[in-house]
Write a protein that binds this ligand. Structure first.
Ligand code: THG
Length: 265
């Protein structure tokens, strides 16, 4: 499973303060810790604050301490462009988070993604909002796949995020998400991704729900997740589920986590 480290997100009050204060040491420490914990990408979000200059700054300081590819997290195409411009080396390794079928967002983000042939997260949302049914999410995926395929975009670089809604809103929301992932993996040659926190919104013991959600999601074909790699229990869930699914040859990653003392029950 592809782990996207979520820690450097300005939506979290502490992090917002670190970013706005341009606290290089603290930001670099969080970048390094997530890399050491096994993150494959680092998500960077500076939306809460002076977004463009902060994005340029954070891309620069993070790159000083790690070569991990970056996941540039913004609804603003200008912020994404600023982030991409600051990336050194191969921009094709960047994961843009995200495009959608909302007309203005698609029109602005698409040229950036096509120009650098980078990876991209596609949200199943359009100008009518998040669809209520699996069929409508598949329909939006189909439209996005069609648009990108016509531009000769490599679809294995597209990560569809079906946008999971809270269980507290409807008891079938998790089940619908898993079914959606299975359908998407069956019908399209794309990858799938999700954040973990929405599912448990407004419920007690959120982290327990998030862990089981992750595990069933992976078994349904979820390729990547945006999560906190510094949470030993969630990383245990990632490595154990990959081991059980046959995605960890010789148990290499499982044993590595065990030997580092992080694996926990
Ligand atoms: N899909 C896509 N992008 C996303 C999300 C998604 N980006 C933002 C978000 N969802 C994922 N990122 C975060 C980042 C931080 C937190 C939650 C989601 C968060 N952090 C607290 C902290 O760090 O203190 C709490 C951490 C914890 O308790 O585990 O809440 O769904 N495409």
């Amino acid at each position: 499973m592809i782990v996207i480290g979520e820690k450097l997100n300005s939506a979290v009050p502490n992090i917002r303060e670190l970013i706005n204060a341009k606290n290089t040491a603290a930001v670099q420490d969080l970048a390094l810790k997530q890399a050491e914990a096994g993150a494959d990408y680092l998500d960077l979000n500076t939306a809460q604050g002076d977004e463009l200059p902060n994005m340029e700054w954070i891309v620069n300081v993070v790159q000083e301490v790690t070569d991990l590819p970056l996941c540039i997290d913004s609804t603003s195409a200008r912020a994404v462009k600023t982030g991409l411009d600051a990336v050194k080396g191969d921009k094709g390794r960047v994961l843009v988070n995200s495009i959608s079928l909302e007309k203005s967002r698609l029109d602005e983000m698409l040229p950036l993604v096509l120009e650098c042939r980078c990876r991209v997260i596609g949200l199943t949302v359009d100008d009518n909002g998040i669809p209520k049914t699996i069929e409508d999410r598949i329909r939006l995926t189909d439209r996005l796949v069609d648009i990108l395929a016509k531009k000769n975009y490599d679809l294995s670089n597209l990560y569809i995020d079906p946008l999971v809604l809270p269980l507290a809103v409807h008891h079938a929301n998790a089940g619908m998400f898993f079914e959606c992932i299975r359908e998407i993996k069956c019908r399209f040659n794309v990858k799938t991704i999700s954040g973990l926190s929405n599912i448990s919104f407004n419920m007690p013991m959120r982290k327990v729900i998030n862990r089981y959600f992750l595990s069933i999601g992976m078994a349904s074909g979820m390729d990547a997740a945006i999560l906190d790699p510094l949470d030993n229990k969630i990383m245990t869930a990632v490595r154990v589920t990959d081991l059980l699914l046959g995605n960890d040859r010789f148990g290499k990653n499982y044993l590595k986590l065990y030997r580092s003392g992080v694996l926990t029950d």
